[in-house]
Design a protein around this ligand. Structure first.
Ligand code: 3PG
Ligand code: MG
Length: 396
């Protein structure tokens, strides 16, 4: 009936697909279903080719045992809606329910296994423990398709070890994501601007380090801005601060100067008296943050400057919101950057779970951007030049 990637004929075969269905979920209600939608084409292609599709995925970070709060049941139901076909759900990962569910699949049908992280073997650092779980997963399939881009930076049983045990292929989503990231790293069209936000500098050290050699402009917003401002000698009040990162940040500022990379910091900040207190929100100069307040967004002057830099670039990568975008009083910086990204004449990439959720929450449409990545950590690690175990293993 049909072939898939390098796997040859898949009709009648049990194909294990690793997808990243890790969506925001609260009280059983899915917030942003972007990752489920992004996973549909590969699953559908396999089902249409007559495969018996067995989807493996994780949700959140349960502690290696079943926890109803992290059940994939609502996600499986949503997948069924998007596929327009019933999706069977196994209430365990490799137990009786999984075996029966897989055995009950007809050609072209789809099943989802319960959260693979309900089994401690999934994330174990002990190769033997992980391998034992991977053996059980592999017994449920005849071949493996790796399509969970958001999790390929994890050396975990359903991402890495299963590929060592079965014939395997790269899924369409993983292929598309890697293709875009390659365009960002191999001779990007210039000017190349990178916008980084989010709360911690310490999460972004590797990527800043690497991009200092590659980007033309680095725009910094979000909570990590305050460590930069402090490094420049300004007071930041009660704002988020990683004191121990100040020497690293100073080194970045110097290296940027030496290599001609422009690091753009906000010149004004939206502050409040306490976290999330919209009533007290006001704009102050970035070098005059009052001692009793904390910064929760970049200010309007900065938003306009960031937007201008983004619009003037031919290649843009953005990871991390500029402020506490969930609240209107602190959302304008993120909105300004998102809007500018929609106007880029060239390649615009929104990287990561949080940034993707932010643009959708602010009412933007996926197609307004060149590419919305499903992987935050994974895309950052790629841009850091790190090896992604879930990709490397596919070459094995
Ligand atoms: C993510 O949300 O970043 C991916 O699904 C990976 O999840 P993890 O960070 O819990 O490994
Ligand atoms: Mg993560």
């Amino acid at each position: 009936m049909g072939e898939y990637a390098g796997l040859g004929e898949v009709a009648g075969k049990r194909i294990l697909v690793r997808s990243d269905l890790n969506v925001p979920l609260k009280d059983g209600v899915i917030g942003d279903d972007g990752r489920i939608r992004a996973s549909v084409p590969t699953i559908k292609a396999l089902a249409d080719a007559g495969a018996r599709v067995v989807v493996m995925a994780h949700l959140g970070r349960p502690d290696g045992s079943p926890d109803p709060a992290y059940s994939l049941a609502p996600v499986a139901a949503r997948l069924g809606e998007l596929l327009g076909a019933p999706v069977a759900f196994a209430t365990d990962t490799v137990g009786d329910s999984a075996k029966e569910t897989v055995a009950g699949l007809a050609d072209g049908q789809v099943a989802v296994l319960e959260n693979v992280r309900f089994n401690a073997g999934e994330t174990s650092k002990d190769e033997a423990v992980r391998g034992a779980f991977a053996d059980e997963l592999a017994a449920l399939g005849d071949a493996f398709v790796s399509d969970g881009f958001g999790v390929v930076h994890r050396k975990q049983a359903s991402v890495y070890d299963v590929a060592l045990r079965l014939p395997h292929a790269e899924g369409g989503l993983v292929a598309a994501e890697i293709d875009v990231l390659r365009r960002l790293t191999d001779s990007p069209e210039r000017p190349y601007a990178v916008v980084l936000g989010g709360s911690k500098v310490s999460d972004k050290l590797g990527v800043i380090d690497n991009l200092l050699e590659k980007a033309d402009t680095l725009l910094i917003g979000g909570g990590m801005v305050f460590t930069f401002l402090k490094a420049q000698g300004h007071e930041v009040g009660k704002s988020l601060l990683e004191e121990d990162q100040i020497p690293t940040v100073l080194d970045y500022l110097e290296r940027a100067k030496a290599s001609g990379v422009e690091i753009v910091l906000p010149t004004d900040i939206v502050v409040a008296d306490s976290f999330g207190d919209e009533a007290s929100a006001r704009v102050v100069p970035a070098d005059a943050i009052p001692a009793a307040s904390l910064g929760l967004d970049i200010g309007p002057e900065s938003g306009a400057a960031f937007a201008a830099a983004v619009r003037g670039a031919r290649t843009v990568f953005w990871n991390g919101p500029m402020g506490v975008f969930e609240q209107p009083a602190f959302a304008e910086g993120t909105r300004a950057v998102a809007e500018a990204l929609t106007e880029v004449d060239g390649l615009s990439v929104v990287g990561g779970g949080d940034s993707a959720a932010a643009v959708r929450a602010l009412g933007f449409d996926d197609h307004q951007f060149g590419h919305i990545s499903t992987g935050g950590g994974a895309s950052l690690e790629y841009l850091e030049g790190k090896e992604l175990p879930g990709i490397t293993v596919l070459g094995a």
